[in-house]
Design a binder for this molecule. Sequence first.
Ligand code: FAD
Length: 244
Amino acid sequence: MPEVCLNVKLISHSPQAEKLTAMAAKLCYSRSHISDIEDGLTPEKAADFIAGIVDIGHLSTIEHASYTFGIEGVSRTLLAQITRHRIASFSVQSQRYVSYSKNGFGYVIPPAIRALGDDAVKKFEDQMATIQGWYDDWQAALGGAGEGANENARFVLPGACETRMLLTMNARELLHFFSLRCCNRAQWEIRELAWRMLELAAPTAPSLFAAAGPSCVRGACGEGKKTCGRPGDVKSRLQAILKG
Ligand SMILES: Cc1cc2nc3c(=O)[nH]c(=O)nc-3n(C[C@H](O)[C@H](O)[C@H](O)COP(=O)(O)OP(=O)(O)OC[C@H]3O[C@@H](n4cnc5c(N)ncnc54)[C@H](O)[C@@H]3O)c2cc1C
């Protein structure tokens, strides 16, 4: 029964996301026909168009660019949070069709528990082993590994239990997601995932993600009295990503 670590891969994204976005903007603001909309649309011009539309908030134009991530080594606790984002598509490993009896379920150990030291980690691992025993017992009592047993035995699994998913968001939803989840006030696991996704998406379309991240990247912190007080750190992290 292994501890798992975050693994994120950008599986697919719209090719030429910046050009695509700029074409959408150009269509809105010029007399261009579809046949000539790409004419003269250099990377520099596309970046200018994007800066303009982001500035005025004409963000429907960036919805044409789509990003699909493969995500594993995250907890079911994270799943509950990320699936609150409604403008997204998810395919999640099933706890009904996948049995956790053979190799045991994987789990995420929170860094705060790890920081308490080896004894705390051992205690957490022992607790996971106990839960694995409960799962195995119920699965056996319900007829052994199979859809009918798995779907009920899973009720004893913990929030730490690993899940895997394919996630697709368009660029507008990604910016919204980064705004909420890259913030230091967001919970640590989804924050780590959000920054990893930003690291992968930004190089594909730097002008689209130039101001991605929490509100402090673009202006004042939106967290009021609960601010982390470290906007400089957040901006530096984004700049490091954009510089590659
Ligand atoms: C720090 C933090 C703490 C949180 N704590 C809690 C908590 O304690 N309890 C809890 O239940 N949730 C909590 N959440 C989740 C939060 O309430 C949202 O459900 C989640 O962040 C998804 O955000 P969203 O609804 O803006 O975005 P999405 O679902 O990603 O939608 C994007 C945008 O589309 C628009 N939109 C989408 N659907 C609709 C709709 N039906 N009607 C109108 N406009 C729509 C909105 O403008 C929305 O912002 C927390 C989130 C964060 C970041």
